[in-house]
Design a protein around this ligand. Structure first.
Ligand SMILES: NC(=O)c1ccc[n+]([C@@H]2O[C@H](COP(=O)([O-])OP(=O)(O)OC[C@H]3O[C@@H](n4cnc5c(N)ncnc54)[C@H](OP(=O)(O)O)[C@@H]3O)[C@@H](O)[C@H]2O)c1
Length: 321
């Protein structure tokens, strides 16, 4: 099968190469998914799991990309809950070969059904940003209606989900980011916006929850704004300065079928919008991940061209290929 592989950790996204790789085999409780669309977070090339397995042994050449939408083509021994021909989306294991490929072997529990009226491209854009926002706000941040939230990077992949979900949950949302992103953040549901390059974050006063996707000095300044009993949720590593009288949590997103279902239902009924920038092919993926100009929105790789996709809706069966 065709896949994007990486072998050189120092090379970054420029080291990604299109290659021929063996098709994966389904292990116990796995499914094989024919990938229609794939999402990739550039920082995953800095994560140890891209380069080594759980016992710290070199696992290159490895296939990056951990978000997918596609169709189940085979079941592993003992796999239940999904069927051949089913449309699915989800989040692949960090330590296994990923989704910038024509097929992936993935544990069934990491996937959820993708409704027939949600496009594969949209499905592939949701798992990491949607689940991260959901888990950060509701599990780790214990957000309640009426609370105030700083959503850093509010126009970015995770931040735009944080902004929309917090707004829907009845929170007062203060988005942050670059000046050019002010209107986008407001469109996503932020009631206020702070341009971090030229406005003082401290002017927003104290808040119940900070969702930090930036870290460093921004994270440190944010910690000081958290009111007693509030929470700093970080997705960029342990906060350098935890809040004096509040909680600090850093976490890595996990797949969750029920939460994927909540997220995709919100997309279907228009409560949640995904922020897709460029859609490219697997052949052009390396160039798409090495842009020469700043791009807003998530880059999604359409692995199986739209014209060839089958089945588009429902649960039509069929053997692999
Ligand atoms: N722990 C986890 O489970 C988890 C899950 C998902 C993502 N992450 C991490 O979270 C981070 C954000 O991911 P993402 O996919 O949301 O990235 P993204 O789409 O690039 O969003 C980040 C947003 O923040 C803005 N921003 C960054 N630094 C800024 C600064 N100093 N001042 C003002 N605005 C700034 C960016 O603007 P510019 O584009 O102009 O910089 C962008 O709009 C990444 O480091 C990623 O690895 C962690």
């Amino acid at each position: 099968m065709k896949a994007i592989v990486v072998t050189d950790q120092a090379a970054g996204t420029a080291g990604m190469k299109l290659a021929e790789r063996p098709e994966p085999q389904a292990a116990i409780n796995d499914v094989i998914v024919q990938i229609h669309a794939s999402g990739f977070v550039p920082t995953e090339l800095a994560w140890p799991s891209t380069w080594t397995d759980r016992r710290n042994r070199d696992r290159t050449p490895s296939i990056p990309g951990h978000e997918l939408a596609g169709v189940v083509t085979a079941l592993g021994y003992g796999t239940t809950g999904l069927s051949i021909g089913q449309r699915v989306f989800g989040l692949a294991d960090w330590y296994r070969d990923g989704t910038l490929a024509e097929y992936v072997a993935i544990e069934a529990r990491n996937l959820a059904p993708l409704p027939g009226d949600v496009d594969f491209t949209v499905g592939a854009s949701l798992p990491i940003s949607g689940l991260t926002a959901w888990q950060g706000l509701f599990e780790h941040g214990r957000l309640r209606a009426g609370q105030s939230v700083i959503a850093h990077g509010a126009a970015g992949a995770v931040g735009s989900m944080v902004t929309q979900l917090a707004h829907e949950a009845g929170a007062h949302v203060i988005g942050t980011g670059r000046a050019a992103d002010r209107q986008k953040a407001i469109d996503f549901g932020a009631q206020e916006f702070v341009d971090l390059d030229s406005e003082a974050l401290e002017d927003v006063g104290s808040v119940d929850l900070v969702f930090d996707v930036i870290g460093g000095a921004v994270g440190k300044r944010s910690a000081r704004l958290i009111r007693a009993g509030g929470t700093l949720v970080s997705i960029v590593g342990p906060p350098e300065a935890p809040p004096v009288d509040g909680r600090a949590i850093d976490f890595v997103v996990e797949s969750d079928r029920a939460q994927l279902g909540e997220i995709v239902q919100r997309v279907r009924d228009g409560r949640l919008r995904t922020h897709i920038g460029e859609v490219s092919t697997l052949d052009n993926a390396v160039a798409a991940f090495n842009p020469t100009v700043r791009r807003a929105g998530k880059t999604v790789i359409r692995v199986l061209p739209v014209a060839r996709r089958e089945p588009d809706k429902g649960t039509a069966g069929g053997a692999r290929k």
